[in-house]
Design a protein around this ligand. Structure first.
Ligand SMILES: [Zn+2]
Length: 429
């Protein structure tokens, strides 16, 4: 962890990007080199809710169900893992300044104080909220302040152009608990949240946790005794013929039976990884490296059975090659975005897919799920200008498809594969 250990406590700011559509994309994974695995020493956390949030204010639509949104967002995480968040109403208004330690009070605020406004000054409309996390040298979280962006508008009734308060809070409470952004697009802890109406319709998917969120929080805190048995882990190391170049590769697990994405992590410098918080079951493991200075073709590492509570070690040498095909964006209605497309079981949907080197008739588009299929001969190339190649196609979502997020896979004419992880979010009917 570089020079961190010389200091006794740290602050870390995690933001949520308010990406709207293609063109306004902002990298949403700040400070990836920060220590992973930050957590509260005890799962019992006290949160003070600033009066600026619960009393009528100019940032939250009048008559919004603010307390309901707070309660439900907390309860979503409490149901997933052994966590208890108690809250009270507070006169405090400002985020603790960055530094080695805060004031010891975890605060949720939207007050237009200089300290809070300063967090968003550089680009007032780029993010919906930020969470500043303080932690000690044992990587224990000591305080987390959630600041809803006082330049933005929130609501609880899907008002056009506002952020959904509950989805925003659910995401930020994930940060408060120590979770980082994930590149599973449909997960609550993905780095982007659409404003209401951005995709031409209301999408409240961010309110409910995805399997990848649940496994991540369970890996930190475990589950309460009353809920199902948990948790197993797939841990190990991937090596390759390209020495040292796997660092930064994403490794993820999909349920073999359904194809749902259930966990994702990033390979450490030495190629090691941990996918924890998993239920017993069979999982397919994939690995891919996208972006600078190069990309590697997607690799199916293997399929592994995990018993209840088992930690299974996977050490594989995988063959990767540099390649060009890449998937970056997904969308509907001729829009591309960096958040998942929500669909319902039993429907057909037109999907836009943006990336590099995508060619109708040559690129094969597939799902690793028996429940979702690309309708034959529905693929066409779309012109979105220089720098991005775009395919449009239709998918059929079987009526029995379990709720969850599913990846889109693309294979080019040379057999190189790419994936957009968790790009299709199947919502319960
Ligand atoms: Zn965030």
């Amino acid at each position: 962890m570089r020079g961190w250990r010389h200091i006794t406590a740290f602050a870390l700011v995690l933001g949520m990007t308010a990406s709207t559509a293609f063109g306004s994309y902002t990298a949403a994974v700040p400070g990836q080199a920060e220590p992973a695995g930050l957590k509260w020493r005890q799962g019992s956390i006290k949160l003070s809710i600033s009066r600026s949030v619960v009393e009528p204010n100019s940032n939250i639509k009048y008559d919004s169900d603010v307390m309901g949104a707070i309660q439900r967002s907390i309860s979503a995480w409490q149901q997933a893992a052994e966590i208890k968040i108690e809250y009270d109403i507070s006169d405090r208004a400002s985020v603790s300044p960055s530094g080695f330690a805060g004031d010891g009070v975890s605060l949720l605020t939207i007050a237009q104080t200089p300290e809070n406004l300063q967090l968003f000054n550089r680009d007032p409309f780029a993010e919906s909220a930020r969470t500043r996390v303080f932690y000690n040298r044992r990587n224990e979280i000591t305080e987390a302040d959630i600041v809803l962006n006082p330049f933005q508008q929130f609501s609880t009734d899907s008002t056009f152009g506002t952020f959904d308060l509950e989805a925003t809070l659910t995401h930020e409470i994930g940060h408060l608990l120590g979770l980082r952004h994930t590149s599973v697009l449909g997960a609550t802890m993905s780095g982007s949240l659409p404003k209401n109406g951005t995709l031409g319709r209301s999408d409240l998917a961010g309110r409910s946790l995805d399997e990848a969120d649940i496994s991540a929080v369970r890996d930190l805190y475990g589950v309460s005794e009353s809920t199902e048995a948990c948790c197993g882990a797939l841990v190990g190391k991937l090596t390759t013929q390209l020495n040292g170049t796997l660092k930064g590769s994403r490794v993820w697990a999909e349920e073999s039976e359904t194809g749902r994405v259930v966990a994702l992590t990033t390979l450490d410098a030495d190629g090691t990884f941990r996918l924890g918080g998993l239920r017993s079951g069979s999982y397919s493991i994939f690995s891919v490296r996208d972006g600078d200075p190069f990309s590697t073709s997607l690799v199916h590492v293997g399929a592994y059975r995990l018993e209840e509570g088992e930690t299974r070690v996977i050490n594989e040498r995988i063959a990767v090659q540099r390649h060009d095909v890449m998937l970056n964006y997904v969308g509907v209605d001729s829009q591309l975005s960096d958040f998942a497309v929500s669909v319902a079981p039993g429907t057909e949907n037109s999907i836009f897919l943006g990336g590099r080197d995508l060619e109708a008739g040559k690129t094969v588009i597939e799902f690793n799920s028996p429940f979702i299929s690309v309708i034959p001969r529905s693929i066409s190339e779309e012109d979105f200008g220089e720098g991005v190649s775009v395919l449009n196609f239709r998918i059929a979502v079987h009526p029995d498809t379990p709720a969850g997020v599913y990846s889109i896979f693309a294979t080019d004419k040379d057999g190189n594969m790419a994936a957009l992880i968790g790009a299709v979010n199947v919502q319960e009917n």
